[in-house]
Design a protein around this ligand. Sequence first.
Ligand SMILES: [Zn+2]
Length: 80
Amino acid sequence: MSTATITCPKCHKEVAKGEVQERRSFGVYAGKFCESCCSGYRDNCGLDQAQGSQADLDEPIEPEEYYGSEYEDIEYDDLC
Ligand SMILES: [Zn+2]
């Protein structure tokens, strides 16, 4: 037992300890997983290639839709 292994939280495979790292894909934090899991990302999480930029994404990552606009018309005059 000279090789320490760790279970990848994503694929649940035993991989070499140290292979499970925090990965980023297209500049966005993708999670903590092994190198094999990186291949599931279009930019390979920057592994052995340049990490993709968000400008290259077909489906840009957008913030959650804002549902608060319907409340903007509430008048607060009575509260003053
Ligand atoms: Zn994995």
